[in-house]
Structure formats: structure tokens, C-alpha cells
Design a protein around this ligand. Structure first.
Ligand code: CUA
Length: 345
């Protein structure tokens, strides 16, 4: 008994931890699938709960029958067990019953797949400032960050994206290299991003807030640090954000920032773009409004001057395997670059 318990204990603890995590679904947990803020994510949650209840009932039934059989037909020395060979009625029964359950689940799953990647007309709130007006968001997965583009608004950004509340967002999902998967658990289901193919999905956020997203398809050494943030804004906040993103990058206002801009042109501009300057690289994230972002290195660090300095000094130490080379910057250049980049609001 003692040894059985010690064998089972780790699994039990793991199971309890998983249940506790799923139940609390705190704000910092990116996989808070049980607190949807969009009709599509809500459909996925309903299906999950339904399947959990169904599986629980099947478990209860099977275990009850098993215990009953163990008890009723236990070994009695004075009795000889009845020898049987097959039971057509029983076998047909459990085959048909299982098939009914499986096909039921299949039907529900297919229906949810449709609901999770579209915004039904009925879900559009009457009060929406944009009734039925869909905003297209192009998302490109890159090892290991996200390029976000609004083709209709002429905005390019990276790793942090803003969308208006109560307006349908159409996602156009692509990849620049390997297969990634777009997943913002509280907003939309996972959709693969496949090289050479465009996949579509959609969502409608019903509550302003900040929602975490991550890559859900193993895509190489930094797959775990390929995160993003979705800011769901009120109509007014979103318009303000669009205006600030459409404006050109801030021009340096101090000697240090000016020196930083020159260093940026030399060391960084072959990979990074800052709109309105000569820097037009496309291999890495667009940094036109870098200073307005809350995180850096694809949701790996919060965007503070200290963290940016740490990142520039040793990108491979912060995120080993990423494609940003060690630039061997001296301390003065490093500080100038930090001053310049953080000024790009
Ligand atoms: Cu991209 Cu995992």
C-alpha cells in the first residue's frame, strides 16, 4: 500500500496543480481558456466544458460497472465460474453506444471549428461603433517574433497589437519561415501559419483589456519565447493609437539620441526599419514606435531602459538561439542606442 501511494503521489499532485491552474485562470496565465472575451473563444470553452462533463459521466459509468463486477463476481472458492464465449447483445450494445458518443462529439467539434474562426452577424453588438465593419489584421510568424500589419491603415508593428472592442477582426495568417500557430486563448482558437499559404481566422473582442498570445506550434529553439500581446481598446483609444502609429517616428531631441540614431543606422538598419529614416531592414521587427511598446524580444522582457540595455549587450544570453547577433557594443554606444530607441514613442 505504502509503495502504491508513493508511486501515485507525483501524478496526484500534478493533476491537482493542473486543475487548480485551470480553475483559477489568473490574468498572468496566457492559457486562461476558461475566461473567454470573444464569441469564438466562448464556443471553444462551451465545447471543452461539455466534453469534460461527458467524459466525467462515461468515467463514472464505466468505473461503477467495473467495481460492481469486481464485487459481484469475486472469487468464491465453493463456486465454479460460468464459462462463456462472447455475448452478441453486449458487444453490439457497447459498439453502438460508443459510436453514438463519438459521432456526437465529432458533430459538436465541427460546429465549434466554424464558430471559433468566424464572427457571426448575430454576435455583433448593436452598440458597436463599427456595425459589421471588419478590420483586416495581417499576421506573419517569424522565428521568433510576430509582424502585425493593418493593410487598410498603413500600419506595421511587431509583437504588440491593438484592436478596437466590439469590432470584427479578420486575421490573415502567414509565415516567413517555418510553421507557427497563432493563439490568443481568450480571443481566438489556434490557427496554423504555414509557409506559402494564407490561413484566415476571425474574432470579436467584447471586453477592453490586455490579452496574452503565444505561438502554439513548435517552431525551433525559441518557440517558448514567441509571445505577443493584444490590447483591446475602446473606440476612442484605438483611434488615438492608430493616429500615433501612422505618424512618423519621433526625431531625436538630444545629443545622445542623435548619436544613438547614427549608431542605429550603422549597426541595426540592415535588419530593422524605422519609418521616415534610412533604416528599412525587414528581417527583424519594425521599430518605428518601439518606445510605445510594453515588452521587448517578443513578450520576453518588459520594455525598460535596463532590459533594453541587457538585450542589446547580450541578445544571445537573454534569448539563446535568436537571430539577433551580438553586436559587441561599447558602453557609450549602448547607452546612446537605448536613449534613441526608447524615444521612438
Ligand atoms: Cu513560432 Cu512556435
Amino acid at each position: 500500500m505504502q509503495s502504491t501511494w508513493s508511486h501515485l503521489r507525483p501524478y496526484l499532485i500534478l493533476g491537482l496543480a493542473a486543475v487548480a491552474t485551470a480553475a483559477t485562470g489568473c490574468a498572468e496565465v496566457p492559457t486562461a481558456i476558461f475566461r473567454p472575451v470573444s464569441p469564438g473563444a466562448g464556443a471553444i470553452q462551451s465545447l471543452s466544458v461539455y466534453l469534460l462533463v461527458l467524459a466525467g459521466l462515461v468515467l463514472l459509468l464505466v468505473e461503477t460497472l467495473l467495481l460492481l463486477a469486481v464485487f459481484r463476481f469475486r472469487n468464491r472458492p465453493e463456486e465454479m465460474a460460468v464459462q462463456t464465449h462472447g455475448n452478441l447483445r453486449l458487444e453490439t450494445g457497447w459498439t453502438v453506444a460508443t459510436a453514438i458518443v463519438i459521432f456526437g462529439i465529432l458533430g459538436l467539434t465541427v460546429r465549434t471549428m466554424g464558430e471559433a474562426s468566424s464572427v457571426p452577424e448575430a454576435a455583433l453588438p448593436q452598440s458597436s461603433a463599427w456595425p459589421g465593419d471588419t478590420l483586416v489584421l495581417r499576421v506573419v510568424g517569424v522565428q521568433w517574433w510576430w509582424r502585425f500589419e493593418y493593410p487598410e491603415l498603413g500600419i506595421v508593428t511587431a509583437n504588440e497589437v491593438h484592436v478596437p472592442v466590439d469590432r470584427p477582426i479578420k486575421l490573415q495568417l502567414e509565415s516567413a519561415d517555418v510553421i507557427h500557430s497563432f493563439w490568443a486563448p481568450r480571443l481566438a482558437g489556434k490557427t496554423d501559419m504555414i509557409p506559402g499559404q494564407v490561413n484566415y481566422s476571425a474574432f470579436l473582442a467584447t471586453e477592453p483589456g490586455v490579452y496574452e498570445g503565444e505561438c502554439a506550434e513548435f517552431c525551433g529553439v525559441e518557440h517558448a519565447r514567441m509571445g505577443f500581446r493584444v490590447f483591446v481598446d475602446s473606440a476612442a483609444d484605438f483611434s488615438a493609437w492608430v493616429r500615433s502609429q501612422q505618424s512618423p517616428a519621433s526625431t531625436p531631441t538630444s545629443e545622445e539620441q542623435r548619436a544613438g540614431q547614427e549608431a542605429f543606422q550603422r549597426a541595426c538598419s540592415s535588419c530593422h526599419a524605422v519609418a521616415g529614416t534610412a533604416a528599412a531592414g525587414t528581417l527583424g521587427p519594425d521599430l518605428t514606435h518601439f518606445g510605445s511598446r510594453t515588452t521587448l524580444a517578443a513578450n520576453t522582457l518588459s520594455n525598460t531602459p535596463e532590459n533594453l540595455a541587457r538585450w542589446l549587450r547580450d541578445p544571445q544570453g537573454v534569448k539563446p538561439g535568436n537571430n539577433m547577433p551580438d553586436l559587441r557594443l561599447d558602453q557609450a554606444t549602448l547607452e546612446q542606442l537605448v536613449a534613441y530607441l526608447e524615444s521612438l514613442k
